[in-house]
Design a protein around this ligand. Structure first.
Ligand code: PBG
Ligand code: ZN
Length: 334
């Protein structure tokens, strides 16, 4: 049927009509808020993050206090990122699997004092002296100009498994490996099961791209690699079939939730995963996506409405859950 019988504008004619026909809605329970906790910070001394407007690094107590405030506004889940003391970092990321590490302490306190779903980022990069997500082997030491560094895959798995166990022991509901080593999901699943944590979920960063949109995050948590880049383990932004293969493998290895990261420049990948799997799909609206909008809004180039529109686009593409720094800004509007 055509015009004048068919008029698409009838379905848009009033706010009420538009509301009842709206296909995609964002809910408070769709959101996961990332929290940065830093060892050595005194209570009441949160640190502003230069590259991320309105975001801070917190002490454990302050992080939990802030999480409680967001919980009272309806937030259901947080993901924790830790920063150890600079002088604790070593080649094998020891502070990452310290029972009394910054993330472990935060998890324990959150589980004790809130009803939030606590998710922990499992990776080595914030804890290694070289800032890579895996264990590094340096070759060709004879000639300084010719040093070649390899990020070892299988060697890294046991450290990642140790981190996951320590987070589960502290009470994490979900562990989220973000390193992109092959086989890490099965390594973590087996380690968790062997240690009595068969009910801890794994949210795998299954399709994580080597993205320039992580820049503010690396500044926020001081995890910029001291040499090279992450392109030998994170995915090439030019590829999409690889995202499905990566996710298939993670499903076979036991992932409970899949993830696409970043989100806005990868909406096609979110849709691909949604159409290919029956697992819940999370999308990570990363630091660069956050800072880009925040700074445009602060400069008057955009209005705040751009925040909701971009989050809706992520949901519309197929994300069941959205990890976003905007959670704190929009809870009151949902
Ligand atoms: C590290 C990690 C990164 C992010 C989450 N975990 C950055 C990276 O891979 O360098 C990015 C988060 C963001 O940009 O908001 N494994
Ligand atoms: Zn990492």
């Amino acid at each position: 049927m055509n015009f004048p019988i068919r008029r698409m504008r009838r379905l848009r004619k009033s706010p009420q009509i538009r509301e009842i026909f709206r296909e995609t809605k964002l809910n408070k329970e769709d959101l996961i808020y990332p929290l940065f906790v830093k060892k050595g910070l005194k209570n009441g001394e949160k640190e502003e993050i230069a590259t991320m407007p309105d975001e801070f690094r917190y002490s454990v107590d302050d992080a939990v206090k802030y999480a409680k405030k967001l919980e009272s506004k309806g937030l259901k889940a947080v993901i924790i990122f830790g920063m150890p003391l600079e002088n604790e970092k070593d080649e094998v990321g020891s502070p990452a699997y310290d029972k009394y590490g910054i993330v472990q302490e935060t998890i324990r306190k959150l589980k004790k004092e809130t009803n939030l779903v606590v998710i922990s980022d499992v990776c080595l990069c914030q804890y290694t002296s070289h800032g890579h997500c895996g264990i590094v082997k340096t070759k060709n030491m004879r000639n300084k100009e010719n040093i070649e560094n390899e990020i070892l895959n299988d060697e890294s798995l046991k450290y990642l498994a140790k981190i996951a166990i320590s987070h589960a022991e502290a009470g994490a509901d979900i562990v989220a490996p973000s390193d992109m080593m092959d086989g890490r999901v099965i390594a973590i699943r087996e380690a968790l099961d062997n240690n009595g944590h068969e009910n801890t979920l794994i949210m795998s960063y299954s399709a994580k791209y080597a993205s320039s949109f992580y820049y503010p995050f690396r500044d926020a948590v001081c995890s910029t690699p001291s040499f090279g880049d992450r392109k030998s383990y994170q995915m090439d932004p030019c590829n999409s079939k690889e995202a499905i293969q990566e996710s298939e493998l993670d499903v076979m290895e036991g992932a409970d939730v899949l993830m696409v990261k970043p989100a806005l420049a990868y909406l096609d990948i979110i849709k691909d995963l949604k159409n290919s799997f029956n697992h819940p799909i999370a999308a990570y609206n990363v630091s660069g996506e956050y800072s880009m909008l925040k700074s445009a809004i602060a400069n008057g180039y955009l209005t705040e409405e751009a925040i909701m529109e971009s989050l809706i686009s992520i949901k519309r593409a197929g994300a069941d859950l959205i990890i976003t720094h905007f959670a704190k800004d929009i809870l009151d509007d949902l």
